[in-house]
Ligand binder design. Sequence first.
Ligand code: AMP
Length: 222
Amino acid sequence: MFIVMLGAPGTGKGTIGGILEKELGIVRISSGDIFRTYVKKDKEIGKKIEDYMSKGLLVPDELVVQLVGNRLQESDVINGAILDGFPRTENQAKELDKLLSKGNNKVNLAINLSLPDNEVIARISRRRCCPNKECGEIYNLDFKPPIRDGLCDKCGSKLVQRQDDKEETIKRRLEVYHSTADELINYYKNQNVLKNIKLGSETNLTSNDVGKVLVEELKATI
Ligand code: AMP
């Protein structure tokens, strides 16, 4: 099963995708994580990617499709994948369809998470992440604080704030998100695979609540 997670930064794509990964045994692939790894390990491509990421801008489609496409060829993509942060544009969605069609696959479900912009800003500026690649647990100083100040509950690593989680960059990322979101959401609506979910003060639903409900729904269909 191939699931794409749509939604602005900070809407819970990573947390919900992580719950689905664990409970359904489908690998989660985050384009943002792929890029952060490149920034650390690859001087040439990493520098190019960092120029876009640090400004809150989208990495060019060609590079995104190439790097995520390579990841999709790896052997753990056996039961499908949960794509977190990719696609972000209609063009990327079309390219993803082409990639999947080679293995006679398609996107089975597009989960569109929404949260008001002011809540996104509040959430992201309080987000802290575990930098350990094997762990990657995500915290929020208000809703999900670590037990020991500044340390990951799971592996003990020192928690960090992502460079692009600073308020000015978040605002730019939101602008960028809104400039491509409608087209992308409509693309999946027209394919009859779209599921809209509202989080935050409008519904009082947390990412964990949504994750649990989705797991039950999806277990019934697998
Ligand atoms: P994320 O971890 O999903 O919030 O992504 C962090 C940053 O990586 C974004 O602000 C973009 O600069 C870049 N990025 C991640 N996924 C994509 C994508 N599908 N297309 C273009 N840029 C992306």
